[in-house]
Design a protein around this ligand. Structure first.
Ligand SMILES: C[S@@+](CC[C@H](N)C(=O)[O-])C[C@H]1O[C@@H](n2cnc3c(N)ncnc32)[C@H](O)[C@@H]1O
Length: 250
């Protein structure tokens, strides 16, 4: 099965290098993850492996990247070949992630909005739940349900453009454009509210759901100045959550 990502996997590599990803998304994700030393981690929807590699570089133990797009995996595997870290990449649907074993941690960076219906989102969450050891944690980052959509240029300074078709409701079609110096890609995904995510997570069996706001890395403030980030922080583009697979009752 081909994916929208197959055609622009190489360009996508540039999008993950955008300052907003490095100084906000990656920094915030790292803060929520905490110490990953020695932990087994599954990065679902790993794409070109930006987060997957970051996890391994931060001392994680077994690290597996899972994705459906052969094109994205090819870029991730080429990077692994160029600069080996010992990451395994597998082509699989998130809904079937449970077959890969039990991990201490699962991460999903800008992946869950690819769910096109509540059933689809629940199947993804259930696959992630199955792939976790009891007590394991799932941490995800995705577009915020409070992001500015009335002014499509609101995030232009940061290289991002987002629009939602129709009403702001769960599964509404959403388009996200990332603009780099020499390229642009537009991704089709879906808008989800916190309530929509929480319902799917609870249906899958997760508990301890906690929402986290993105933060700007001190290096980002140093590089661009505080006022550069003020629009972003007024209406953050991203939101993060963490939740746990509660250990079975004795
Ligand atoms: C926006 S990219 C994010 C890539 C990477 N996590 C990052 O932060 O740069 C979304 C990725 O999720 C993958 N994906 C979407 N639905 C999936 C599914 N059901 N199973 C596996 N991968 C999926 C896509 O192929 C794509 O590589």
């Amino acid at each position: 099965m081909s994916s929208q990502y197959d055609s622009f996997a190489t360009t996508y590599r540039k999008a993950v290098a955008l300052d907003v990803r490095r100084y906000v998304d990656h920094f915030s994700l790292t803060r929520v993850l905490g110490d990953v030393t020695g932990k087994s981690v599954l990065d679902v929807g790993c794409g070109t492996g930006i987060i997957t590699r970051m996890l391994k570089q931060r001392g994680a133990g077994r690290v597996v990247g899972l994705d459906l797009s052969e094109g994205m995996l090819a870029v991730a595997r080429a990077e692994e070949e160029r600069s080996p870290l010992g990451i395994e990449y597998v082509r699989r649907d998130i809904a079937d992630a449970g077959a890969l074993g039990r991990f201490d941690l699962v991460t999903a960076s800008y992946v869950l909005p690819h769910a096109s219906s509540p059933e689809h989102l629940s199947a993804m969450c259930r696959g992630i739940y199955e792939a976790l050891a009891p007590g394991g944690r799932f941490v995800a980052v995705q577009p915020s349900d409070a992001l500015e959509v009335n002014d499509p240029d609101f995030y232009r300074t940061y290289g991002v453009r987002a629009s939602v078709e129709g009403r702001l409701e769960d599964a509404a079609p959403m388009k996200v454009t990332a603009t780099m110096v020499d390229a642009e890609i537009t991704i089709s995904a879906h808008y989800w509210t916190r309530g929509g995510y929480e319902a799917a997570l609870r249906r899958a069996g997760f508990g301890g759901i906690r929402w986290r706001s993105p933060e700007v890395a001190p290096e980002g403030i140093e590089a661009f100045g505080e006022s550069f980030w003020s629009n972003y922080l007024a209406r953050p583009y991203a939101m993060l959550f963490e939740c746990t697979k509660e250990p079975a009752a004795p």
